[in-house]
Design a protein around this ligand. Structure first.
Ligand SMILES: [Zn+2]
Length: 137
């Protein structure tokens, strides 16, 4: 597969975006404090590959810890369709999109995507969490 432009949205549709993604490169799941509770399954992309459509005020920003990542959520329905931040150790500025929020991807394509697991809980991003944890992320 190659890079294509996909559209995504929150549940109510007030937050919409376009993202240029190569879904064959897979997505990430992580056991850090926020990824675990939001069941984050996402793909990262460079800022220029992400375009927020519509009104920026549709989201409420959320940050925690060092504040290096923004986790906006829809003011109306609470869904978090994307995140963005700046982590120099991981390549600088980035966006990430919730793969489950993409509106135009066939189920088989999502099911076939490779999943990379990160042990974010222990700040050990380049290793996987244990087998049991991986199963429920
Ligand atoms: Zn919404």
């Amino acid at each position: 597969m190659a890079t294509q432009t996909y559209t995504g949205s929150c549940h109510c549709g007030n937050v919409r975006f376009e993202a240029d993604l190569d879904l064959a490169t897979g997505g990430g799941k992580c056991n850090c404090s926020i990824c675990r509770k939001t069941r984050n399954w996402s793909a990262s992309l460079k800022p220029e590959a992400f375009r927020l459509l519509g009104d920026e005020d549709a989201v409420v920003d959320y940050q925690f810890g060092t504040g290096s990542v923004h986790w906006p959520f829809c003011r109306t329905c609470g869904v978090r369709p994307y995140a963005h931040g700046d982590i120099p150790e991981a390549g600088g500025k980035f966006y990430s999109v919730q793969l489950a929020c993409l509106d135009d991807v066939p189920a088989q394509v999502l099911a076939d995507m490779p999943v990379r697991y990160s042990n974010g809980r222990d700040n050990d991003w380049w290793h996987e969490p244990g087998a049991a944890e991986k199963r429920f992320l």
